[in-house]
Design a protein around this ligand. Sequence first.
Ligand SMILES: O=C(O)Cc1cc(O)ccc1O
Ligand SMILES: [Fe+2]
Length: 453
Amino acid sequence: MSLDTTAAPLRLTQAPSIDGTGYMPGFGNDFETEALPGALPQGQNSPQKVSHGLYAEQLSGTAFTAPRGQNERTWCYRIRPSVKHVGRFTRIEMPYWRSAPHILPDVTSLGQYRWDPVPHSDEALTWVTGMRTVTTAGDVNIQLGMAAHVYLVTASMEDEYFYSADSEMLVVPQEGRLRFATELGVIEVAPQEIAILPRGLVYRVEVLDGPARGFVCENYGQKFDLPGRGPIGANCLANPRDFKCPVAAFEDREAPSRVIIKWCGQFHETRIDHSPLDIVAWHGNYCPYKYDLRTYSPVGAVLFDHPDPSIFTVLTAPSGQEGTANIDFVLFRDRWMVAEHSFRPPWYHKNIMSEMMGNIHGVYDAKPKGFVPGGMSLHNMMLPHGPDRAAFEHGSTEPMVPVRQTKTMQFMFETRFPQHLTEWAARTMPMQDDYVDCWRSLQKNFDGTPGEK
Ligand SMILES: O=C(O)Cc1cc(O)ccc1O
Ligand SMILES: [Fe+2]
C-alpha cells in the first residue's frame, strides 16, 4: 500500500487495489471493493444473511427516484448498522462554523475584499474546531447555496468522528497534509490536490504533516459533477480517470467515541463505544474521492482574446437552473499565454455570480502583488473588479510572445448567490483594508473627445 503512514499509523484494514495505490480510478463509476474476501454479496444487495455476520445498509446520495444519470447510492456491508453509531444527540456550539442564512445586520458584505493568509494557531484545533467560516450563501434548509471556510488543523481527531448532513465538502489544502479516514475508505491529500466528501459520510481527520491550512467549499446543493465540455469534445479539462476513490477500509475498534453531526446548521454530539468506520465491503457510486489538480488539462485562447473563466471549471454543482451553477470550482493553474494583439489578463468586469478566490501558491496574473498564497479575495455579486494597476500596465504593454505562467495555482468558488461575510471574516481574519486602492491609481488614458476624429 503506498499510503504514507509515517506520521500517523493507519489503523484500518484496507482492501487490495489493482494498482496498489489504495484508490480506484474514475468519476461517478459504480465501484465495488471488499477488505475481507467474500464480504461483498454477489448477485444481490440484501441477502438474508450477509457473510462474516455483516449488516447490509444503503446510503442514498440522491432521492430514490432521481434520474438514472444522477442517481447515486452505495450499498455498505458493515459490522454494525449506522443506527448503532449514534446515541442520543446533545447540542454543542461551534461558534466559528456558520451556515446560511447568516446575514448579520452590522456586517457589510457589499464590497471587494481581500485577506492575508490566516496565521496558524498554537491551539490544538481539529477538523471541526479549526473550521472558520468566511462566507455563507443561499440557505442550508432548502439545500441551495454554499459556505466558504478556511481550516486550520493542528490536531488529529482521536476516537472522534464527524459527518455533515448539510453538505458535500470540497477540500482544497494549501499547507500540510491530511488523512480522511472515512466509512468508505482512506483519502490522503496534500496541496495541489482536492478531496470531496459526500453528504452523510462519517469520517475522522488526521494530520499527516502539520500544521495544516486550506480552504473548504461546503456545498448545500446538488452534488459536484464534471462540466459538459460542449464543442471541446470528449477530452481535456478534468478527465474522469484522474479522480480516485478509496478502496474499502475498516476498523473493528471498541473504544469510547464521539460522533459530531452538522445538521441544518446546528452541531450535535453523540457518544458511542466503538468506531463507526466499520464498513468491510461496499459497492455503488456514492463515495468520497480525490483529484490531483496537476492533472487538469486547461484549454484556452490559442489566437486572441481572453475567454470566460468557465473554461477552467474543474467541477460544477448545478442549481436547478441550467447553466447557472450553485457552485463552480474553477482552477487557474500554470499554462501558456499565447493570445495575439490581446489584453491577456482577466478583463474588467461585473458578474451576477459571486466569486470567492483562494491562492494555493504563486502569483495571480490580475494581482501580481497582494493576493498571496494562503490568501483569499471576494468579489461579490455585481461588484466591479479586474486587474490592478500593475497588472493593467503590464498587460497593456507586454510583448505578444508566448509566455508560460509557471509555479502558480489559484482557484475560485463561484456561486449564483451573494456571499455574506461572517463576523470572523469581517473582524478577525486579516482583511486588507486598502484592497480597493489597488485600482485607485488607474489613469484616465482617454485621448480624444467625441466627434474629434
Ligand atoms: O476576477 C477574477 O480574477 C476571476 C476571473 C478570471 C478571469 O480570467 C476572467 C473572469 C474572472 O472573474
Ligand atoms: Fe472576476
